[in-house]
Design a protein around this ligand. Structure first.
Ligand code: NAD
Ligand code: GLY
Length: 362
């Protein structure tokens, strides 16, 4: 059995542990030690509730914590301000005071919505992340970005709000559909591309086992990913600089998600194609050699991820959607591009002609 790990995200008085391992949902103290008051609201969705809710409810009942639960409809299309308001309404009608704790049990969609609700309820209540998808275990549950989509743009409404702890139980991945596992692997590969060439090598060597859900390999991939993310977030919690490299492929990817309709392309799928586009633009700029792009495509392809743009998406649609990306300043779109395998930069210093070539050729 894989060993368990605790990583610390070091952010002064907002520091917190990330617990990574198998069977962690059956270690009640990991959760109860981080609950401040005597009540909690579990936010989950209709898919995850039948799988893991009972375990969490039993843990909290045994600790005499009063609980309410809200199970949201499942899907990116429900990552809306309406879902946030439904959570706030439950908190109010069930008389949760400022000492309450909001617990997100589910993937990145549940985590982003619940975290945002926690950040605004009575100006902020405690929040715990129990991520149950690979993507949420390696990325969205860590770092404190919370929020919801607007029809005009992805994640356009939100707040930075750090959790009290993150409990990433790899056992929950046993029920995860293959397509969702692949979407999570896109974000894992991202860490290799932006920061850690030797991790990228390791992923190339172990991708078959990861796709087969080998528990030890998954735990290792989650650990390395969270360690990298924690290191970057510790340097730049509110993304005024280096943190933006975590968005490799996201400017193109968010444009695909918003244009194709939320939920039609999974976030990780859109990021996979976006990373191919980012490596293509980096190659056209002459910053990386062809082999980096080929290795990126080959690894994503082995994960059954899409490596080319939706055929019916036009250059104009990309440009319109990217114009409201959060990295866009005074109308200039910034991209995360590669200078080498394992080295990313955030830049507006690209040739716009080459961008058009990337949009038309990918
Ligand atoms: P998701 O939350 O939609 O979950 C994917 C699917 O898996 C859903 O149908 C869900 O119900 C189901 N599911 C969850 N856990 C399961 C389990 N253990 N077994 C079976 N089914 C399970 O998608 P996601 O990929 O986890 O997250 C994507 C979201 O995360 C996007 O909205 C994206 O914008 C956001 N995100 C946020 C950050 C951040 O820093 N906050 C970073 C990356 C992505
Ligand atoms: N997923 C990008 C970030 O957390 O900054």
């Amino acid at each position: 059995m894989a060993s368990n790990h605790t990583l610390n995200v070091d952010l002064g008085d907002r520091s917190y542990p990330i617990y990574i391992g198998t069977g962690l949902l059956n270690q009640p103290e990991l959760l109860t030690n981080h609950i401040r008051g005597h009540s909690a609201l579990i936010v989950t969705n209709t898919t995850v509730a039948p799988l893991y809710l009972k375990t969490i409810e039993n843990t909290l009942n045994a600790a005499n914590i009063r609980i309410n639960t809200i199970a949201l409809d499942d899907g990116e299309q429900f990552k809306t301000i309406d879902s946030v308001m439904a959570i706030i309404e439950t908190l109010l009608t069930q008389r949760h005071d400022r000492q309450t704790t909001v617990i997100a049990l589910g993937g990145g969609v549940v985590g982003d919505i619940a975290g945002f609700a926690a950040s605004i309820y009575q100006r902020g209540v405690h929040f715990i992340q129990i991520p149950t998808t690979l993507l949420s275990q390696v990325d969205s549950s860590v770092g404190g970005k919370t929020g919801v989509n607007h029809p005009l743009g992805k994640n356009m409404v939100g707040a930075f709000y750090q959790p009290q702890c993150v409990i990433a139980d790899t056992a929950t991945l046993s029920t995860l559909p293959d397509r969702e596992l692949s979407a999570g692997l896109a974000e894992v590969i991202k860490y290799g591309l932006i920061h850690d060439a030797s991790f990228f090598d390791w992923l190339e060597q172990n991708i078959t086992g990861l796709m087969e859900k080998d528990n030890d390999l998954l735990a290792e991939a989650i650990l390395v990913s969270c360690r990298t993310k924690a290191k970057i977030v510790e340097q730049d919690e509110r993304e005024s600089g280096i943190r933006a490299i975590l968005n490799l492929g996201h400017t193109f990817g968010h444009a695909i998600e918003a244009t194709m309709g939320y939920g039609n392309w999974l976030h990780g799928e859109a990021v996979a194609t976006g990373m191919v586009m980012a490596t293509d633009l980096s190659l056209r700029q002459g910053w990386i050699d062809e082999s980096v792009k080929h290795r990126c495509i080959s690894l994503l392809d082995k994960c059954s991820l899409p490596v080319s743009s939706p055929p019916d998406m036009s250059i104009e649609q990309y440009m319109d959607a990217m114009a409201i990306d959060k990295k866009t300043v005074n109308g200039t779109i910034k991209f995360v591009l590669l200078e080498a395998l394992g080295k990313a930069i955030v830049t507006s210093e690209y040739d716009p002609e080459l961008l058009i070539q990337t949009l038309s050729k990918c």
